[in-house]
Design a protein around this ligand. Structure first.
Ligand code: AMP
Ligand code: GLY
Length: 429
């Protein structure tokens, strides 16, 4: 397994329970892993950006199956290199990972396949982009093409703000030097609604729904302040009703997987659909070619089936041979503990204590960005811990998660105190 965050800690925890590892003598390696993953996997260190080095490690250690956590290696084509070597990979090819890697690619695919999403214009010139604003009403949604670590999207309330943002995008702030995104911009219609994350795994032909969650992207309580990678999540998200989930598969994910297969670039792995739940039904905001983080943590808490079997079946074109995976009906809720200053300037090095006490309450603490220094556990990244609990509904899961949060000593960190608020507000309405 490749990766080092809370998502990968949750995946490693479940993979270690897989019959492949727990019963059949398999070994789970993680590169680079983290201090939490260390409990479940043998940590190894090589440069994941060097695809030949990954292949060499697999060959030298008899690795026959690779699970890729983050998107960057997939967008760079790591899965292609490993497959050429005969290694099974959970994760899409470079061509299929464009669903995350290129917003323009995905918008064009949606357009051709009639998939519900925001109307859009793609453009590579500042003049055309400014002219295209005439075709939209505020707020303006402007996206730099390519991976931009969540920083490539600007929502501008006025025409002036939109023009300034476009000038900056074409001027290089999101350009090749800084974030690796190309000088193409997508301008989109603004969609009104609540957002939710929906997941499906696929071997390129068979599609298996794999749960839904609601993330909390803003740094502050009540969804205020700057965007982050995600400050907490819960699953299931009741707002993803059976009707919405059905529509998401029928009208969005199904046509996408078919279009990728028809193009000769079948999508293998997890397809994470960021959905906007509008008055006209679910519409696609974006695709990611990986599990969400922290959504993965709550999905893994609820998953009762053997994760390894499902991921391996995706990688070996045999998903149709498995029964539907089982998930607990209970709610899992995770609270992200972040380092002070996150997302702009997180303070690294702060000491963390009390994880054992937190876990004694029945919660599970995933390491998102920690390191061991001189016998101490310290913060090593913006998002540091994912404190996760189960309960018979959002309220109980939330109470348990915060009880565990309060057992952790992390004076140089903070968390939101309202994870799950949308659902609780609906309940109380
Ligand atoms: P993306 O990176 O495409 O997921 O965009 C980041 C965030 O911007 C999303 O999670 C939404 O909150 C918001 N967003 C993106 N596209 C739209 C849209 N067309 N309408 C409304 N909000 C959007
Ligand atoms: N939590 C949002 C993401 O993983 O992109």
């Amino acid at each position: 397994m490749l990766g080092s965050g809370g998502r990968e800690h949750a995946l490693a925890w479940k993979l270690a329970q897989s019959r492949f590892i727990a019963e059949e003598g398999g070994t789970l390696y993680a590169c680079p892993g983290n201090p939490g993953i260390d409990e479940y996997a043998e940590l190894v260190e090589f440069d994941v950006g060097d695809h030949a080095a990954v292949g060499d490690f697999c060959a030298a250690n008899g690795v026959d199956f690779v699970v890729v956590g983050p998107e960057q290696p997939l967008v760079d084509g790591l899965a292609d290199t490993l497959r050429e070597q005969g290694i099974a990979v959970f994760g899409p090819s470079k061509a299929a990972a464009q669903l995350e890697g290129s917003k323009g690619f995905t918008k064009d695919l949606c357009d051709r396949a009639g998939i519900p999403t925001a109307g859009y214009v793609r453009t590579t010139s500042l003049d055309d982009a400014n002219a295209a604003l005439d075709r939209f009403a505020p707020p303006y949604v402007l996206k730099a093409d390519g991976l931009a670590a969540g920083k490539g999207v600007v929502i501008a309330d006025s025409r002036g703000e939109a023009e300034a943002a476009l000038a900056e995008m074409f001027g290089g702030a999101f350009g090749p030097e800084s974030l690796g995104a190309g000088a193409e911009v997508v301008i989109e219609e603004f969609m009104e609604g609540e957002e939710a994350s929906y997941f499906a795994i696929t071997d390129g032909a068979t599609i298996v729904p794999f749960g839904g969650a609601q993330d909390h992207k803003r740094v502050g309580d009540g969804d205020t302040g700057p965007n982050t990678g995600g400050m907490g999540a819960y699953s299931p998200a009741p707002i993803l009703s059976a009707q919405v989930r059905g529509e998401a598969i029928q009208r969005i994910i199904g046509p996408t997987v078919r279009a990728m297969a028809d193009a000769g670039t079948p999508y293998v792995g997890v397809l994470y659909a960021g959905l906007m739940l509008t008055s006209e039904g679910p519409k696609l905001v974006e695709y990611n070619c990986r599990f969400g983080d922290p959504e993965c943590q709550v999905l893994m808490m609820r998953l009762e089936s053997d994760l390894g079997e499902y991921l391996y079946a995706c990688a070996t074109n045999s998903l149709s041979s498995l029964p539907p995976p089982k998930f607990s009906d209970d709610t899992a809720l995770t609270v992200v503990m972040a380092a002070n200053g996150y997302p702009a300037t997180p303070a690294k090095g702060g000491v963390i204590k009390g994880i054992e006490i937190a876990e004694a309450t029945g919660a599970k603490v995933f390491h998102a960005g920690t390191a061991r220094r001189g016998g101490k556990l310290v913060a090593n990244s913006g998002r540091v811990l994912d404190v996760t609990a189960m309960g018979r509904g959002v309220a109980e899961a939330q109470r348990r998660a915060y009880a565990a949060v309060d057992a952790i000593e992390f004076p140089s960190g903070f968390c939101r105190r309202d994870i799950g608020w949308r659902e609780l507000a609906r309940r109380n309405a």
